[in-house]
Design a protein around this ligand. Structure first.
Ligand code: G3I
Length: 389
């Protein structure tokens, strides 16, 4: 049995003994006491948070809601005032990803102004909860501040702006970020570099990607540096492009440590069944892999309530995504893009769709939540599994 399973079993057994009524303990020679204990074990495992059910090599993460999830409602970050939300975030997850708070437009809103407050608060919270943090993100075509997108900068000025930003932001959180999404969504679906809408690729050129990784590594040598994208769950033109890029960067000794699939899935489409096979291609090159933004949206019926069939199918998608990660040795981080429908980005972006997370608006568990926990427990008890350390 792997050490995590042994610890979990020990702790669970203790809980069973301390929770069992006196007569159940005194009747220990009775067969029925065995089934009582088994039932208690089952009951207790059903109340284990995801992070406690998970094998020790796997971090279970959530995005930390960044506000603006209802179009007419300009509320502050739920993280700052929703105490129930915060408590579940701390209890259930071992990894946090700022949903928006480390993006350029939030953390660097004016050329000479950084706004570290919201990101600092997440990093502080993670420390108190024994959680790691995934930094998101440093080089992206979206959510850049106006001063940057509309500024009149030369290529060399832009290169210096990115370098300063990376040294400032990565440097500030040096030692506190486990994984950084250094480059986000740099390829189109057909596997071409985004040289039109990505300011860095367009104005400075493709070499800026390697520069970003080099600078991030210098700013925090211990952080694992990732390429991150959506639509790369399967083997396809886009994930092929990443594979080729990774090979090239590694040959040039650029510090690229990971490749991650966001996994914004939809019940409209089939599950990307070759997920593990795809991640294994990167694993074979010695890279870590991760699922970084998992959610599973659906078309909502007229009453807004998902059907039982939709919920079952959604649970299967979540479960298959988790199994895909568990099947790959270096897949050590599995993150949900939010855990409650209350703050999901989906309804704002996809008209008529929603219910994409594992908990209802009132934080009640959906079948997807239970399925994830059960698969995590099975993985924990069926170890041993290696870790890339
Ligand atoms: O901050 C403004 C606020 O001032 C304004 O009043 C409000 C009105 O709509 O908008 C606020 O900004 C919003 C921001 O979220 C913060 O709430 C933006 O309009 C909104 O577009 C933005 O959406 C984010 C989206 O990225 C933007 O691309 C989502 O919350 C966030 O979940 C989503 O996350 C991305 C990942 O970073 C990368 N992968 C895809 C994923 C889903 O799109």
């Amino acid at each position: 049995m792997n050490p995590r399973a042994a610890t979990l079993l020990g702790a669970t057994a203790l809980l069973v003994v301390s929770a069992a009524p006196a007569n159940a303990l005194s009747a220990s020679t009775d067969d029925r006491s065995g089934s009582t204990a088994a039932r208690s074990l089952q009951g207790i495992s059903q109340s284990l948070p995801l992070r406690r059910a998970a094998p020790s090599r796997l971090n279970i993460g959530s995005a930390v809601a960044g506000g603006g999830h209802h179009l007419e409602q300009d509320y502050p970050d739920p993280f700052t005032y929703d105490t129930r939300y915060r408590s579940i975030l701390g209890k259930e997850f071992s990894s946090l990803s700022p949903e928006n708070q480390m993006k350029w437009e939030f953390i660097h809103p004016e050329q000479d102004t950084y706004n570290f407050g919201p990101a600092d608060a997440i990093v502080r919270f993670a420390k108190t909860q024994g959680q790691v943090v995934r930094g998101h993100t440093l080089l992206w075509h979206s959510q850049n501040p106006t001063w940057l997108e509309e500024g009149d900068f030369t290529p060399s000025e832009l290169r210096k702006i990115l370098k300063d930003h990376i040294f400032t932001v990565v440097g500030r959180y040096r030692g506190s970020i486990q994984q950084w999404d250094v480059a986000n969504e740099i390829f189109t679906d057909s596997g071409e570099l985004r040289t039109q809408d990505n300011i860095w690729l367009r104005e400075v050129g493709p070499g800026i990607v390697a520069d970003a990784f080099r600078w991030a590594h210098q700013a925090d040598p211990r952080a694992q540096l990732f390429l991150n994208d959506y639509g790369v769950e399967s083997i396809n033109a886009k994930s092929d492009a990443y594979l080729a890029l990774v090979k090239k960067l590694r040959a040039e000794k650029i510090p690229v440590h990971g490749f991650s699939a966001q996994a914004h899935l939809s019940l409209r489409y089939g599950f990307p069944a070759d997920l593990a096979q795809n991640l294994a291609r990167f694993d074979a090159l010695g890279l870590r892999t991760a699922i970084t933004e998992l959610d599973v949206r659906m078309d909502l019926p007229a009453d807004g309530k998902p059907t039982a069939e939709q919920l079952t199918k959604q649970a299967e998608y979540y479960d298959q995504a988790l199994r895909g990660c568990l099947a790959v040795k270096g897949c050590t981080s599995f993150t949900l893009w939010g855990f409650t429908d209350k703050y999901s980005w989906v309804p704002v972006f996809f008209d008529g769709q929603g219910a994409a997370t594992v908990m209802w608006e009132d934080f009640g568990h959906k079948p997807a939540y239970d399925t994830l926990r059960s698969t995590l427990l099975k993985a924990t008890f069926s170890g041993p599994r290696g870790s890339r350390g």
